[in-house]
Design a protein around this ligand. Structure first.
Ligand SMILES: *[C@@H]1O[C@H](CO)[C@@H](O)[C@H](O)[C@H]1NC(C)=O
Ligand SMILES: *[C@@H]1O[C@H](CO)[C@@H](O)[C@H](O)[C@H]1NC(C)=O
Ligand SMILES: *[C@@H]1O[C@H](CO)[C@@H](O)[C@H](O)[C@H]1NC(C)=O
Length: 298
């Protein structure tokens, strides 16, 4: 169709895969086996992408087919084992495909948030180098590194947004595990692969809060841009200020712009329609639940 022909010339839209993960045993609303928090879907939709949920426990062939149909992958936050889960298995398949594609000049971006950040660190180093920090519900200002200004990610931000990120407590941290600057520096694989764009500390340990890969369009934030506009749990660390919401938008907008740089596409409209998140309805879990709405999958 002419739509696909058009995209082969220049893409002004993108399809982004978001990886599902195993349901939590204590989730009373769960059905099926996996979920995606709706805030990650809204986050990308708000920056102009269409979302394709990627379900766990699929064959490598299915994942490969999805890889060549979507223009980027987001690994969300959550709470699964980042070495043994089905989430990890799928993330590794996509990560390996993305390394190969990028090496061959096929620009395929990956974004990791919180657990997604941690997952990327494990995939790159082949080790879990994380350490416990006191960062369960706190909003922090980013300590930007000298590399931040010229980074692909932050150089795309308006000056005042970057200033707010550096000066105000607007990044939501909801993690027990962190990648310390110490372990990053001591691991040759991580150090060669990622450029540190910001750090934070829990008062004792300095950890990496934002990084981007040197040679790949891979990005990772330990904080939660998507929570500011889209989650409403009543806890310290939640920030709904205009500055926080603008920072959220510019992270998503940057990632969506990265996903417009490859020509992956569905082979036809029927396949495309079947793959989209619009086929599913989110479940409302309560305004003060950790995730307001989740999508559940069999
Ligand atoms: C899917 O899950 C089942 C049950 O947990 C497991 O036996 C099977 O190997 C999984 N399949 C894939 C492709 O991972
Ligand atoms: C470094 O990684 C190890 C796991 O290999 C972990 O036990 C340790 O706590 C980490 N140390 C720091 C300071 O991050
Ligand atoms: C603001 O960030 C600082 C770290 O720069 C931290 O010590 C403080 O606890 C944070 N305040 C709030 C209200 O989260």
């Amino acid at each position: 169709t002419s739509l696909y022909l058009f995209c082969n010339v220049i893409c002004h839209f993108s399809f982004l895969g978001v990886l599902a993960q195993e349901n939590l045993p204590e989730d009373q609303f769960a059905h099926g086996s996996s979920y995606i928090a709706a805030s990650y879907i809204k986050y990308l939709e708000g920056a102009g992408a269409r979302v394709v949920p990627i379900r766990i426990n699929r064959t490598e062939e299915e994942y490969t087919k999805i890889f060549y149909s979507v223009n980027g992958l987001l690994l969300p936050g959550g709470n699964v084992d980042i070495q043994t889960s089905q989430f990890t298995r799928a993330a590794k398949i996509f990560y390996d495909l993305a390394l190969k594609a990028n090496d061959a000049g096929d620009y395929f971006p990956i974004w990791g948030t919180c657990q997604g950040f941690q997952q990327l660190s494990v995939l790159t180093s082949n080790k879990n180098l994380l350490t416990l920090t006191d960062t369960k519900a706190v909003a922090l200002p980013l300590t930007l590194t000298p590399a931040a200004q010229s980074s692909r990610l932050f150089r795309s931000f308006p000056k005042d947004v970057l200033q707010s990120l550096a000066d105000e407590n607007i990044t939501s941290n909801f993690h027990s595990w962190s990648l310390s600057l110490q372990n990053y520096s001591r691991n040759a694989k991580l150090k060669r692969f990622y450029k540190v764009l910001s750090t934070n500390t829990d008062g004792k340990k300095e950890f990496i809060s934002t990084m981007e890969a040197y040679r790949y369009p891979f990005y990772a934030v330990q904080w939660h841009p998507e929570k500011s506009p889209f989650e409403w749990i009543d806890k310290p660390g939640m920030v709904h200020s205009i500055a926080a919401i603008r920072a959220c938008f510019y992270t998503a907008s940057f990632f969506v712009s990265e996903a417009m740089k490859n020509h992956h596409s569905f082979s036809n409209l029927v396949e495309e329609e079947r793959a989209l998140i619009y086929n599913f309805s989110p479940v409302f879990r309560g305004i003060h639940a950790v995730f307001v709405q989740n999508y559940y999958f069999d």
